[in-house]
Design a protein around this ligand. Structure first.
Ligand code: NDP
Length: 331
């Protein structure tokens, strides 16, 4: 099979830190990078040995099979529609968009064009979370009744840009992190979120009016209740993901990160067991699944439709933080 030819839409930090390596390690070739700033694009291409850079999206779309969209959240919509129109497969960053209707249009455009669309919810690829999903699906904790995710830390200084300041770009912890946690719950529980009730907090890091932490309770279709906490502001927090059922509990720790790691413990009547895990790079695993889906084998780790639901949960959480009421996930 010839290597998948990728175009990068966005000269970004996530590309620099994770995705360029992941695409290459998964067997893809990066042919060009699109940036709105010619000099930034040229520098980025040089830094990563990418043959070309351009400020014209249509030029980028000419000679690629797939694109990776990692611009600010407000830009994903137009860039995804352009890629779909050109018949290119799309791996898009989360949140898919800043408005639900935009994400609906993105998913529909990819479907109409017959291209594969994926959302970069990397946590689905974590060995810890896949082990939790297997435990739950295998009935080892009985009927799951409650779940809890603690997902935060200190937002690194080099990310103190639009995330903390620019509402129109899609700032805030809810669009940044609540999307990941709601997607992870759907993935691990095979259940659908129905309502969200959220308190948002400004702990002094983000600009006034923008939340840098949030805590939500989410009700699922099965009746399960989940509590999730996301923050940019709590450096010494220990991340975790727990699911509690009628016959057992499964508890992952140090597991909500970009770096492979963490542990999973299963507690049942039989006692406590540490589950074996085969760790691997989350992003590379995601790109491999995307390549396979394009080749007609399986589906992406998280599809465009999955990204649509995680965005819907985040937007419901934002509405709830404003109204003080539980809000339905689906608008
Ligand atoms: P960046 O802040 O690195 O880049 C966002 C946009 O800002 C770029 O597209 C770029 O425009 C512009 N930009 C970059 N550098 C500068 C600069 N020096 N001055 C002015 N503008 C600049 O974004 P991130 O990498 O932090 O995030 C990008 C996307 O990826 C977001 O959607 C985010 O939610 C997602 N993300 C996902 C993660 C995951 O694990 N799945 C982790 C981190 C981020 P241009 O491209 O036109 O040059």
């Amino acid at each position: 099979m010839t290597a998948m030819r990728w175009g990068l839409i966005g000269a970004t930090i996530i590309g620099r830190e994770w995705m360029i390596r992941a695409i290459r390690d998964a067997g893809g070739t990066i042919t060009s990078v699109y940036s709105t700033d010619a000099e930034r694009g040229r520098r980025y291409a040089r830094e990563f040995d990418i043959p070309d850079s351009t400020t014209d999206l249509d030029t980028l779309l000419q000679n690629v099979d797939a694109v990776y969209i990692s611009t600010t959240n407000d830009r994903h919509h137009a860039e995804c529609l352009a890629a779909a129109r050109a018949g290119r497969h799309v791996l898009c960053e989360k949140p898919l968009a800043t408005r639900y209707q935009d994400a609906v249009e993105m998913v529909a455009a990819c479907e109409a064009a017959g291209v594969v669309m994926a959302t970069n919810h990397h946590l689905r690829n974590a060995a810890t979370h896949r082990a939790i999903r297997d435990v739950v699906a295998g009935g080892r904790i009985g009927r799951p009744l409650a779940a809890r995710i603690v997902h935060g830390g200190a937002l690194p200084a080099h990310l103190h840009g639009w995330r903390l300041k620019d509402v129109s770009a899609g700032a805030g912890a809810i669009l940044d992190l609540t999307v990941h946690d709601s997607d992870l719950l759907r993935f691990a529980l095979d259940d659908e979120p129905r309502t969200a009730m959220t308190l948002a907090q400004n702990g002094g890091l983000a600009q006034p009016g923008i939340e840098d932490a949030a805590m939500s309770t989410i009700a699922f279709g099965s009746g399960l209740i989940a509590q999730i906490y996301e923050s940019f502001t709590t450096p010494f927090l220990r991340t975790s993901f727990e699911v509690h059922g009628t016959a057992g509990s499964v508890i992952a720790q140090d597991c909500m990160s970009q770096t492979p790691g963490g542990t999973v413990t299963l507690r049942t009547e039989a006692g406590e067991e540490t589950l074996p895990l085969e760790q691997e790079d989350y992003y590379q695993r995601g790109v491999r699944a995307f390549h396979a889906a394009i080749a007609g084998q399986g589906r992406p780790a998280a599809t465009g439709a999955d990204g649509l639901v995680s965005l819907a949960v985040a937007l419901a959480a934002r509405r709830s933080a404003e109204t003080g009421k539980a809000e339905p996930v689906m608008p």
